[in-house]
Ligand binder design. Structure first.
Ligand SMILES: *[C@@H]1O[C@H](CO)[C@@H](O)[C@H](O)[C@H]1NC(C)=O
Ligand SMILES: *[C@@H]1O[C@H](CO)[C@@H](O)[C@H](O)[C@H]1NC(C)=O
Length: 381
């Protein structure tokens, strides 16, 4: 049956026993179907339902499929996706604990979402790349709140671990609404996402992860070495679990802990548009904790130029901004940050934290604004 390819045909015509390619053609445009066939067939004919991406109720992304196909595929019908027939539904795929799948996209939500989950145990989901044309998994943390790390930045109570890709993803916990990560597939090997929570520690946990497959040829594919990839010409970048308020956990010296994740070591990249030459990073106004990466935020006034440290002073936790303009070092740490511009071929920062943030007191990580700037006219670079 060459006419039944990947898409499904609903034919409610009686004397219609054979398909030939001339009778039902492949359409990328559903709107023209009915008018095209209404004349030829006395009985109503609905053509193919193109399996395009659709937005279901609650803004969730799905695939337009015939209702029965959606059921058979384990999806959830979330509203209509075609004006031609109410049999075409926006089919949304949700991860189940212990399950696996290849659907673009899939949502991995806590039990009872959008209500919080105040329990323990672990839930794992495996993303299987459909073939070797898929290079990366993008995980958008639409909502993500787990308990805070311990005072040293270790996610000992709750955490998310993402394994199986060809690059390491740090263990993450705490408040991460709006964050994202890119994980490169290692060939056609699967990637596992595991969220573990400790039921004996009461806490309102919420997660809603959107899992998208990125094709190897996609313009949205992140450059190698980028755990995060920002596509806008300007925007805001925060370290994982950056937030208002200190981590309430106390360290061994009975001092307030850090919000930074220990053992971070990752690249944060910004798309360099055509004709763009440099990127500038600065702290937002009104937040003295916007760059509190190393040191004692209780003993030093954070957010001042005097509290900013650079170069050889940065040995435990720091940000690397390659080739910064007018600065002789690329390492930034301490409790303040002065506006910095870089014009490297790839716009990237590296965020490094060591295994034990015990010497960091009251730190929150970083929250930086970036803007990209066009090349000077006439230089061509
Ligand atoms: C669908 O086809 C109609 C008629 O050919 C055309 O006017 C319209 O622009 C097409 N829509 C899309 C989204 O391609
Ligand atoms: C998967 O869906 C996302 C979100 O719409 C889209 O950007 C991406 O191109 C899709 N991937 C593939 C392989 O079609």
């Amino acid at each position: 049956m060459q006419c039944i390819l990947n898409t499904l045909i609903l034919v409610l015509a009686l004397s219609f026993s054979r398909c030939s390619s001339s009778e039902i053609e492949s359409y990328s445009n559903q709107t023209s179907l009915v008018s095209r066939h209404r004349r030829e067939f006395p009985f109503f004919t609905i053509g193919r339902i193109a399996n395009t991406q659709c937005t279901g109720v609650n803004g969730l992304l799905g695939t337009c499929q015939v209702r029965g196909e959606c059921d058979a595929n384990g999806g959830i019908a979330m509203g209509a996706c075609s004006s031609l027939t109410n049999q075409a539904v926006c089919c949304v795929f949700k991860a189940t604990c212990g399950g696996s799948g290849s659907n673009n996209v899939t949502y991995f939500q806590n039990s009872g979402f959008p209500n919080p989950y105040n329990g323990g145990g672990s839930c794992s989901y495996t993303v299987v790349p459909p073939d070797n044309t898929i290079c990366q998994l993008r995980i958008d943390f639409g909502a993500f709140t787990l308990s805070q790390p311990n005072a040293d930045g270790l996610c000992t109570v709750d955490n998310i671990q993402i394994t199986g890709g060809s690059a390491r993803v740090p263990v993450i916990c705490g408040d991460n609404n709006g964050q994202h990560v890119y994980v490169p597939f290692s060939g056609t090997n699967s990637i596992q996402i595991r969220i573990a929570t400790t039921g004996s520690v009461p806490f309102n946990r919420v997660w809603n992860l959107q899992l998208s497959l990125i094709s190897c040829s996609s313009t949205f594919k992140a450059p190698a070495g980028c755990l995060q990839y920002f596509l806008g010409s300007s925007g805001s970048i925060q370290s994982f679990n950056y937030g208002q308020g200190a981590n309430a956990a106390l360290n061994a010296m009975m001092m307030p802990g850090t919000r930074q994740m220990a053992n971070s070591n990752y690249g944060i990249c910004i798309r360099k548009g055509v004709g763009i030459c440099s990127v500038t990073y600065k702290v937002p106004t009104g937040d003295p904790y916007a760059f509190t990466v190393s040191g004692d935020a209780g003993a030093t006034t954070p957010g001042t130029a005097a509290a900013a440290q650079r170069g050889a002073d940065c040995t435990t936790d720091y940000l690397i901004i390659p080739n910064p303009t007018g600065v002789s070092t690329d390492r930034f740490c301490g409790l303040g940050f002065t506006t910095t511009t870089s014009n490297t071929p790839v716009f990237v920062m590296y965020y490094i934290t060591n295994a034990n943030d015990a010497t960091d007191i009251g730190n929150r990580g970083f929250s930086l604004l970036y803007t990209t700037t066009a090349c000077a006219v006439g230089t061509g670079k």
